[in-house]
Design a protein around this ligand. Sequence first.
Ligand code: ZN
Length: 53
Amino acid sequence: MFTVTCSRCKYVFYKGEKIPNLYKIYVRFGGRCPVCGREIGWVPQSIDVKAKR
Ligand SMILES: [Zn+2]
């Protein structure tokens, strides 16, 4: 299970079995978090990707 969450408010952008496509996430949300307005950067540190089993 992969999750991509906002590093500020923990809003879950993506949750699923497949490796998240950060570009699609970026486009879907218009480049920023819908809750706190934080910009979704292309820098990996701003997006928390975790693999859980
Ligand atoms: Zn946020």
